[in-house]
Design a protein around this ligand. Structure first.
Ligand SMILES: Cc1cc2nc3c(=O)[nH]c(=O)nc-3n(C[C@H](O)[C@H](O)[C@H](O)COP(=O)(O)O)c2cc1C
Length: 202
């Protein structure tokens, strides 16, 4: 059994989602001793934005630069790790109402026609069914359906949509919300998320 652990926060030691992914992975390890864990820190080592030069090189033209060559290799590895994983633990901070651009760059590498989805006569079909995703979601404010900012929630809804598009229906969110409202709210949100992790049916 394989687990892919991805962090994407740019806030280093102060990151809430990093705290949460760490304890989620520990929880899954507890439930599945011997599980093989692969760790990718996209905050520390981001993938390049997907570019025309990258697409051209992926289709077989000679890479324009050493940067593209290296990126192509990292892209291949990202897709390989995604396809191999049974469980994904993904750190997803909200930045400007959506996911981090680091996480988006990774999504751009795993959404590959013919590998993780395909188009059929009856519409798109996800090819990554059977994987389980646990998302550690952290955000400064509140975005629940009843909140005034609900219309700006493009983080969890986006991730559920993308993973669903790839055929993954088992997506669980562990959420720390309102972490920038006050120190007390931050602590309460982290404690509540930690309690949720303890209850996770890994
Ligand atoms: C660049 C940046 C943009 C942010 N944008 C939002 C936002 O749009 N909405 C929000 O509620 N919080 C926002 N925040 C607060 C983060 O969601 C919050 O700090 C959260 O803990 C981020 O996850 P992390 O600690 O794992 O990085 C932003 C923070 C940063 C650094």
């Amino acid at each position: 059994m394989k687990l892919l652990h991805i962090d994407t926060s740019i806030l280093g030691q102060n990151s809430v989602s990093r705290q949460l992914t760490q304890i989620i992975v520990a929880r899954v390890r507890e439930a599945h001793p011997g599980i093989e864990v692969r760790y990718t820190d996209l905050g520390a080592e981001p993938l390049e934005h997907l570019s025309g030069a990258h697409l051209a090189a992926a289709q077989g033209t000679t890479p324009e630069s050493a940067i593209i060559l290296r990126d192509l290799e990292r892209s291949r590895r990202a897709l390989e790790d995604f396809l191999a994983a049974d469980i994904l633990v993904v750190g997803a901070p909200m930045y400007n109402f959506t996911i981090s651009s680091q996480l988006k760059a990774w999504i751009d590498r795993i959404c590959v026609a013919g590998k993780t989805f395909r188009y059929t006569d009856s519409g798109p079909q996800g090819l990554a069914a059977g994987k389980k995703v646990i998302v550690a979601s952290s955000r400064g404010g509140f975005y629940g359906p009843q909140s005034p900012a609900a219309a700006l929630e493009h983080q969890e809804s986006y991730l559920r949509g993308v993973f669903g598009f790839l055929g993954i229906t088992e997506v669980t969110f562990v959420r720390a919300e309102g972490v920038n409202i006050s120190p007390d709210q931050r602590q309460a949100a982290i404690s509540a998320a930690r309690a949720e992790v303890a209850e996770l049916a890994a």
